[in-house]
Design a protein around this ligand. Structure first.
Ligand code: NA7
Length: 545
């Protein structure tokens, strides 16, 4: 690959930089991929749109942002030294600490010389005759590499719905994922939050006590469950550090890479009393136990699901004093766990405060944003600040926002107009040497992210090593392998309770986006086994040159 490491001027002013590999994104996946590529001796450039490293934990700096994963299952597992020297302070660590951690990783592994910040990749083009990718940045500069590895995450393309008048608002407004670096002074301010997803639930709980008045615009209520965060004391810290091998052994075995695993029993295998006791027990536990540690048929049998859904509604009714408000907050239009379950630390109690108002925008839809605030069908609400907690163009959005052109000028976005088509969520046919970490239909999409990210990165790294050993310079998924994987990923979603519910898992939150499963619902373990088998069989389904 020596020829790609040279610098050849494209124009006298601006040389086109050349590398063995280009990585896009300095989040959890991009940083680890960089570590591994440098170990392979590759020359690498990592382009990051943000002004710092951390990806999700750089961008999502809104008050209350924190892990829903147990911290010690979220950190990287690849370095024993890192595991032993990093002290997580809370069981579910908050954004500032998470961003510090990823900066610590960047320093520890000396990654910064290879990272270019404030560098938004807007286009990437594959040159067939030269077998290289050329990326173009927003500032017009270009760089080339044999391999292009996207590490853009599944929730980085933020979405502000096309409300009329968004630009006309005279106060301050921002999306939760484009939060200002400087702290916001909420004291005495009239604040409107649009959205009640996992992000809004964290944010609202945190700012309700600070603001003058808070108006929450809810379209769909969620089944929120208690996070039960707490600090990690010294004794627990020592125990955690001593048990990392067991922790990661467990997260390799579970369905979604968390420490929680479904109870193999049906809700109907036990008496109503035993079931109620189990529900209460789950409710008292931290994290996703209520979702991913529940009876197995909660996620497949509507009657089983309804039992737990009603249990959660009961909890909401107990906590919210005004019965009419409680009913609005209690979901009835979709089943429990078919959307991402927000974890909360006092969310429902915020609606007992005098300074918090819930507006049901199914009853009274938002008509437009005005210079003064938000106009619904029935009223105009005046604000100093509007916060859009309106989510993301998930999974395909971050890739589609880059103009990616493969062999013959094929556009990835156009190819995916009717839904993504990939092999293992790692490659799309017609895009040789483009490797998409955590791409659509990749096992990492429905997973405790870092656990599956490490699997993705190790697999890609092994594949690149294999290519080097064999003298191959091009890897391309075959159309047949892509067809089979895409059918498999789509079939896994057919008939599931999840597929009945409009959510970002299926692209349903974005106007005009083709509806279809974006995740891989076969489980992280099954996905890893499939990837391992593909590698063991000489990377079947890929063609090498
Ligand atoms: P989500 O979960 O997509 O939530 C977005 C929220 O914004 C949700 O309540 C939406 O209501 C609401 N929304 C979106 N578009 C509109 C329009 N047009 N009008 C009114 N309300 C709207 O995003 P989050 O950031 O909370 O969470 C994303 C993931 O980040 C989460 O799953 C975790 O994995 C971390 P809707 O439910 O669509 O009716």
């Amino acid at each position: 690959m020596a020829e790609l490491s040279e610098r050849t001027p494209a124009t006298p002013e601006k040389p086109v930089e050349r590398y063995d590999a280009i990585v896009i994104g300095a989040g959890v996946s991009g940083l680890f991929q960089l570590v591994r590529l440098l170990e392979l001796g590759f020359s690498v450039r990592l382009f990051e749109a943000g002004g710092g490293v951390g990806g999700t934990w750089y961008w999502n700096r809104y008050p209350g942002a924190r892990f829903d994963s147990e911290s010690y299952t979220y950190g990287y597992s690849f370095s024993h030294e890192l595991l032993q020297e990093w002290d997580w302070k809370e069981h579910f660590s908050g954004q500032p600490e998470n961003e510090r951690y990823l900066n610590y990783v960047a320093d520890k592994f000396n990654l910064r010389p290879h990272i270019q910040l404030n560098a938004t990749v807007v286009a990437a083009r594959y040159d067939e005759s030269g077998n290289y990718w050329e990326v173009r940045l927003e500032d017009g500069s270009r760089a080339r590499a044999r391999f292009l590895i996207t590490a853009v995450g599944i929730l980085s393309a933020h979405n502000i719905p096309p409300f009329e008048g968004v630009e006309s608002f005279a106060g301050e407004s921002f999306h939760t994922s484009r939060w200002p670096q400087e702290p916001i002074d909420f004291a005495g301010k009239r604040v409107g939050v649009i959205g009640t997803g996992a992000t809004a639930v964290q944010l609202i709980t945190e700012i309700a006590k600070e603001v003058g008045h808070l108006t929450v615009f809810q379209r769909t209520p969620n089944y929120c469950a208690p996070l039960r965060n707490r600090p990690i004391d010294a004794e627990t810290q020592a125990k955690i550090k001593a048990s990392y091998p067991e922790i990661f052994k467990r997260t390799r075995e579970t369905f979604a890479g968390f420490i929680h695993e479904f109870d193999p029993r049906s809700v109907f295998d036990v008496t109503p009393e035993a079931r109620q006791a189990k529900f209460e027990e789950l409710w008292a536990q931290p994290g996703f136990s209520k979702w991913l540690g529940n009876f197995r048929d909660i996620m497949s049998n509507p009657d089983a699901n309804e039992l737990f859904a009603e249990f959660v509604r009961g909890k909401i009714r107990e906590r919210v004093k005004n019965p009419a408000v409680a009913e609005k907050l209690a979901p009835k239009d979709h089943r429990f766990g078919t959307k991402r379950v927000p974890l909360e630390s006092g969310y429902y109690e915020q609606f007992n405060r005098d300074n918090v108002l819930l507006v049901d925008i199914r009853e009274s839809p938002i008509e437009r944003i005005t210079p003064r605030g938000v106009k619904t069908k029935d009223a105009e609400y005046e604000f100093d600040i509007i916060i859009y907690a309106t989510g993301f163009d998930a999974v395909t959005g971050p890739l589609n926002r880059i103009d990616i052109r493969g062999a013959g000028g094929l556009s990835l976005k156009e190819k995916w107009a009717d839904g993504p088509r990939t092999y293992l969520g790692i490659q799309s046919a017609g895009f040789p040497n483009l490797l998409t970490l955590v791409g659509p239909h990749n096992g990492a999409t429905f997973c405790n992210m870092p656990r599956c990210i490490e699997q993705n990165v190790e697999w890609v790294t092994d594949c690149l090593k294999y290519m080097r050993e064999k003298g191959y310079e091009r890897i391309a998924a075959t159309a047949e392998a892509e067809e089979a994987w895409t059918n498999h990923a789509n079939e896994l979603a057919v008939g599931t309770l999840m597929s009945e519910t409009p959510s970002w898992f299926f692209g349903a939150n974005i106007e005009g986006k083709k509806r279809g499963v974006l995740m891989y619902l076969g489980g992280a373990k099954a996905y890893r086994e499939k990837c391992d088998a593909v590698a063991a069989n000489g990377y079947e389904g890929f063609k090498f040159d």
